[in-house]
Design a binder for this molecule. Structure first.
Ligand code: FAD
Ligand code: NAD
Length: 475
């Protein structure tokens, strides 16, 4: 077995495994090392995204939404399904099956692309040598022409709410609950708080979300955040803003939570508490002191716009470097560095990365929010279209939300698109392409959209930016 590689990737999450596959497609000799171990003791490629993040959370969101709709929406369609009940073990079996299939798929892709998938710990030493400690077998020193660090991230733990793996848990544990908690607390109304809060709410928990910030979804456009906030509250999510956690302690089977808000000191009890206050880069044991790698004050590996670290021919991608912690951002960085290593053109457009929150309604956006455009000083126009006026949304019985387009008033360039509503995560694709091609509002206006489709709402919002919406009153 040769220890010499053109590229050694440490980490097989969406950033690392994609970098490895693209590098192999570019004709390079590649190894990809990963140590991820699941709760059942098995090792798997795919990182957080496939094992404990994007994929299992979407599996549960789908199951719980179908359950909710069977209970609350089917009747309107004339479908009577009395006595609908939820089999949590069945739901969890499906989730685990999807994860197993997809992570196994990566092992298959490695084989097909002749990437050596190595199971164990990787550590960058000086001079681009990588120490590989397999889960079974002897330590090997790999010689790499290029190294890609893709070690990902891990949940932030609050000193006032230590994880115990049972009552006070992180997102991974919260994906694997085997029963519906009667009273569920969530610290953080961010992406994970809203997605996992929605899952367990739909399955019957009474869910209270404590959010430190005074603004709901502060990173989203205000119109979208406010529409989504109203909808979530109507569904029964008890979102408490400006709530500063002081302590969370487990007493028997109960989690006692103390927090301060505008009204003063508060206390509340839960059966389980999910802490979802963000993630931090994970670089434990990733590089030796003399490797030359540096990190910033928050622990992210220092890289430039092309993901080059301070060490020649060593790159870092994904959650362990600056930028949004999103799977597709990491994957595209992986493609970029694999192409740069092969001497090809590689670049990332960090201004055009879509964000999607997979709640119901979904929330999705790309580009700038109205507040960002406003503070840039550039004159702008906006156009909105509510799904309540969409024939397809009505047929789907999913009429809440809207599409909002923000465009430059000077040259008509589309600056941001914000959607809250059905399939927002799919609809945003058109907007991403539009921004990537620096499209004008008129480009979308003149593009034929199928009827009846949800995408007509994007078309109408673009028309509304010039007060030319055809199926809605222009304001
Ligand atoms: P990771 O996926 O974290 O992978 C890093 C890998 O490196 C791990 O397998 C780890 O074992 C391995 N590793 C680390 N150090 C070493 C070492 N020294 N040796 C060997 N192996 C090592 N993002 C989205 O875009 N869409 C979503 O819908 C979404 N949903 C999410 C839901 C949840 C609940 C969570 C927690 C996250 C979600 N994310 C989502 C975020 C997404 O999971 C991350 O952005 C993504 O996984 C980052 O990819 P990565 O490859 O950088 O890191
Ligand atoms: P987040 O940054 O989305 O949200 C964390 C929330 O916790 C924020 O609203 C923050 O104000 C709040 N918070 C922080 N400290 C707090 C405290 N002490 N008390 C109360 N509230 C507090 O982080 P997350 O939800 O943990 O998600 C982590 C990462 O995973 C995110 O970067 C996200 O991009 C990614 N993720 C993405 C998706 C998706 O793309 N659909 C889904 C899940 C996770």
């Amino acid at each position: 077995m040769s220890n010499n590689y053109d590229v050694v990737v440490i980490g097989a999450g969406p950033a690392g495994y994609i970098a490895a596959i693209r590098a192999a497609q570019n004709g390079l000799r590649v190894a990809c090392i990963d140590e991820w171990q699941n709760r059942d003791g098995s090792y798997a490629f795919g990182g957080t995204c496939l094992n404990a993040g994007c994929i299992p959370s979407k599996a549960l969101l789908e199951s719980s939404e179908l359950y909710h709709r069977a209970q609350h929406e089917f009747k309107k369609h004339g479908i009577n399904v009395p006595g609908v009940s939820m089999d949590i073990a069945g739901m969890q079996k499906r989730r685990a099956g999807i994860v197993r299939q997809l992570t196994g798929g990566i092992a298959g892709l490695f084989k097909a692309n002749k990437v050596d998938g190595l199971v164990g710990h990787g550590k960058l030493l000086a001079d681009r040598k990588v120490e590989f400690t397999p889960v079974d077998g002897e330590v090997r020193i790999l010689n790499a022409e290029h190294v890609v660090l893709a070690s990902g991230s891990t949940p932030i733990e609050l000193p006032s709410a230590r994880f115990d793996g049972s009552r006070i848990v992180d997102s991974w544990d919260a994906l694997e609950f085997d029963e519906v908690p009667e009273r569920l607390g969530v610290i953080g109304a961010g992406v994970i708080g809203l997605e996992l809060g929605s899952v367990w709410l739909r399955l019957g928990s009474k869910v209270t979300v404590l959010e430190a910030m005074g603004d709901f979804l502060f990173m989203a456009d205000r119109d979208v955040a406010s529409a989504a906030g109203k909808d979530f509250r109507k569904q029964g999510l008890d979102i408490r803003l400006g709530a500063k956690l002081t302590s969370a302690t487990v007493e028997g089977d109960v989690v006692k939570v103390e927090y301060d808000d505008a009204q003063g000191e508060q206390s509340i009890e839960f059966d389980r508490l999910i802490v979802a206050v963000g993630r931090r880069p994970y670089t434990d044991g990733l590089f030796a002191d003399d490797s030359g790698i540096t990190v910033d004050e928050r622990g992210f590996i220092d890289v430039d716009d092309e993901c080059r670290t301070r060490v020649k021919n060593v790159f870092a991608v994904g959650d362990c470097v600056r930028g949004p912690m999103l799977a597709h951002k990491g994957s595209e960085e992986g493609v970029m560095v694999a192409d740069l290593i092969a001497g090809e053109l590689g670049e990332m457009n960090y201004d055009v990365i879509p964000s999607v929150i997979y709640t119901a309604p979904e929330i999705a956006w790309v580009g700038k929010t109205e507040a960002e455009v406003q503070s840039s000083g550039r004159p702008y126009k906006t156009g909105s279209f509510p799904f309540a006026a969409s024939g397809r949304a009505k047929a789907m019985e999913q009429t809440s939300g809207m599409v909002k387009v923000i465009s430059a008033a000077d040259d008509d360039e589309i600056l941001g698109v914000h959607i809250v509503g059905p399939m927002a995560g799919e609809l945003i694709g058109e907007a991403v392409l539009a921004l990537e091609f620096a499209a004008s509002t008129e480009d979308i206006q003149r593009t034929i959209h199928a009827h009846p489709s949800l995408s007509e709402a994007v078309h109408e919002a673009a028309l509304a930016a010039d007060k030319r919406a055809l199926n809605y009153m222009n304001r």
